[in-house]
Design a protein around this ligand. Structure first.
Ligand code: SAH
Ligand code: SF4
Length: 385
């Protein structure tokens, strides 16, 4: 049984828990004890917290509980990846994916059910926005991954070394909950992940990037996807509000605020005939000349209701080479977990469409496609990739 009025201890940061115990007239170190039980040992029963007195446990029961989201389904990919469907308070379902690789395990998690930003190439965006996930629902995804992978029973068995907020939703539109969650992930007595290995991916909510300064040291990935405002306006509506120059300025300020030397990841989804021409690569190279960064090219992942296409491998290689020769560090994201619908942009969950966006999207897609394919054709005529 859960009681909505009780404080959810799983959603509190170390400072939040410390304040709670201070209010109870208890010593601050109680906060570390509770944090370790929940996040390092995977315990959700307050009675099992054996280093806390019975009297205090009873008091904790009265005011609080440990409430994590429910995992409703689980899929196994032939490549070793796993996907879990998590049900959140609104009744919607979000997805998270674990991707094991040589020497690391990456967990891709969601921050919202649906997304309001409506990027033309994104399956999540097409669903419209349903709700923000709470801290317990965000951190709960990492908790569940550890549970499912057997890490609480046998620590380090299938370690989750990296977390990327590249699942469903725009993390920076759920600002407070996302910042608290990444800070719990990096907290030594919780998950202890390195700040270099916890990444917030954003489509470019400029005021929120500026607001991150001083509140977290998480790494930053920017979904750029176009080298100029004209094209970006068409495929990412948020660009009309926060154009590229403002976005890159905020990224520079955030990177400069960090206590170590780090560069942002620039994500660029390659869509055939839309943003994958040689000239786009050259423009991108020039745009990023003054921003030390790593570029990650993501060949478009197809999904139902989208008439965009993935470029050929040769076209992806050409794009990469132009950037590489200009001195950029470039990687190409290999498609993982494709067989369980868990590649980037395929995370759709089961979100009630609040906006009839699917229909609007279809109408708008055909207009955008007409426009960009035309531009594309002109560019392709000049030089085919
Ligand atoms: N809202 C955030 C994080 C979630 S999307 C953001 O936009 O950054 C994670 C990444 O997948 C983003 O770079 C996004 O642009 C990309 N993506 C979305 N749909 C895709 C698709 N169909 N194929 C390839 N990448 C996609
Ligand atoms: Fe939202 Fe990111 Fe998808 Fe754009 S790419 S619609 S911001 S989840």
């Amino acid at each position: 049984m859960t009681d909505g009025n009780k404080i959810n201890l799983a959603g509190l940061t170390l400072s939040g828990l410390t304040c709670l115990f201070e209010d109870l007239g208890e010593k601050p170190f109680r906060a570390s004890q509770v944090m370790k039980w929940i996040h390092q040992r995977g315990v959700t029963d307050i009675n099992l917290m054996s280093d806390i007195s019975k009297v205090l446990r009873e008091r904790l029961h009265e005011i609080g509980e440990i409430r994590l989201p429910d995992v409703r389904d689980e899929f196994f990919s032939t490549d070793g990846s796993r996907k879990w469907i998590v049900e959140v308070a609104s009744g919607s379902r979000v997805e998270m994916v674990y991707i094991p690789e040589e020497g690391r395990g990456t967990l891709c998690i969601s921050s919202q059910a649906g997304c309001s930003l409506d990027c033309t190439f994104c399956a999540t965006g097409k669903q419209g926005f349903d709700s923000n996930l709470s801290v317990a629902e965000i951190i709960g995804q990492l908790w569940w991954a550890n549970k499912k992978l057997g890490n609480y029973e046998q620590p380090g068995n299938h370690p989750v070394s990296n977390v990327v907020m590249m699942g469903m939703g725009e993390p920076l539109l759920n600002f407070d909950n996302v910042i608290d969650s990444v800070n719990i992930m990096m907290e030594d007595i919780a998950y202890g992940l390195s700040k270099r290995k916890v990444t917030i991916s954003t489509s470019g909510v400029v005021p929120a990037i500026n607001k991150m300064i001083g509140l977290t040291e998480a790494s930053l990935a920017i979904s750029l996807h176009a080298p100029n405002d004209g094209l970006r306006n068409q495929i990412m509506p948020i660009n009309r509000k926060y154009p590229i120059a403002e976005l890159l300025q905020s990224v520079k300020s955030y990177m400069a605020s960090l206590s170590d030397n780090r560069v942002p990841l620039i994500e660029y989804t390659l869509i055939k005939g839309v943003n994958d021409h040689r000239q786009h690569a050259r423009d991108l190279s020039e745009l990023l000349a003054s921003l030390p960064s790593k570029i990650n090219l993501i060949p478009f992942n197809t999904f139902e209701l989208s008439d965009y296409e993935r470029p050929s491998n040769a076209s992806v290689s050409n794009f990469r080479e132009i950037l590489r020769k200009a001195g950029h560090t470039v990687t190409v994201r290999t498609t993982r977990a494709d067989d369980i619908g868990a590649a980037c942009g395929q995370l759709v969950g089961d979100v009630s469409d609040q906006t009839s966006r699917s229909i609007r999207h279809q109408r708008r897609m055909s207009k955008v496609n007409e426009k960009v394919k035309l531009t594309g054709k002109l560019a392709t005529a000049a030089e085919s990739m």
